[in-house]
Design a protein. Structure first.
Length: 262
């Protein structure tokens, strides 16, 4: 009987200690678990707020310019040349807004985890079409294209992948050092295709490189260039929607490279 009483006392003491520890530890553990769970939600909300703020700013700017031009033209009778200048300026702003709205709608579709209809496509056709689209811009900056596509067939949505290739070539032509070449390569990696687009670009550093896929991001050296900082963000979301990946690298010889697998 004595042994049993001692055992019961020890068991009671153990249970008491366990209960005390549980009363202290469980709330603390619950706090850290809930905090960790909420972090992605908080970050997502902050990112959404930043996105809305940036988008609103980008839309307000051309609207303000158009309103000022139209108010100026409406205050009194203007010459035909002045009216033409106002109409041309307004048209350019509308075109810019249209491009921004198109990009924002595409981002919204991608955020909704849109289903990608994958079909076999010719990478050569996508690249050729994009190069023709930016041919005049390339000539103006004395940029040439060096293309070597060892793998041609990719599987994906033709419109979305066309947007990817167009964005990457636009980025390469726009930010390349003049009198240089844009290199476009592809090779097979099992069932996927590895694509690289390289160009010479001075002024970029590691910190800027880490943000090139962020929405509305433009590096200091590119702030004065036309654009919204959405092209590479859209590119990443399209590639990831296809189950692929995309990375940016900067070599010591000022070579900026985008590598994607689709």
């Amino acid at each position: 009987g004595v042994v049993a009483d001692v055992a019961l006392d020890q068991l009671r003491d153990i249970l008491l200690v366990v209960n005390v520890i549980a009363l202290v530890a469980v709330p603390i553990l619950a706090y850290f678990v809930s905090r960790r769970t909420l972090v992605p939600l908080v970050e997502s909300q902050k990112a959404q707020q930043r996105f809305v703020a940036y988008a609103s700013h980008e839309l307000r700017t051309p609207l303000a310019v158009m309103l000022a031009d139209l108010d100026w033209a409406a205050k009194k009778t203007r010459s035909p040349h002045e009216y033409k200048t106002t109409v041309t300026s307004t048209r350019d702003e509308v075109k810019q807004m249209s491009e921004l709205v198109t990009s924002l709608l595409l981002l919204a579709r991608l955020n909704d985890r849109m289903t990608v209809d994958k079909k076999p496509l010719s990478l050569d056709d996508l690249v050729e079409t994009a190069m023709k689209y930016y041919e005049s811009a390339a000539k103006e900056r004395h940029i040439t294209f060096d293309v070597d596509l060892k793998a041609d067939t990719v599987h994906g949505d033709v419109k979305l992948l066309a947007t990817v290739i167009r964005n990457l070539i636009d980025n390469a032509v726009k930010y390349s050092t003049e009198h240089t070449a844009v290199s476009i390569r592809s090779e097979a990696m099992g069932r996927k295709v590895h694509i690289s687009i390289r160009n010479k670009a001075k002024g970029l550093n590691g910190h800027q490189l880490a943000h090139v896929f962020d929405r509305f991001y433009q590096s200091d050296v590119h702030q004065s260039d036309a654009g919204f900082g959405l092209g590479l963000a859209i590119t990443r979301q399209i590639v990831e929607a296809h189950g692929g990946s995309v990375e940016a690298h900067l070599a010591s010889d000022d070579e900026f490279a985008i590598y994607l697998i689709v």
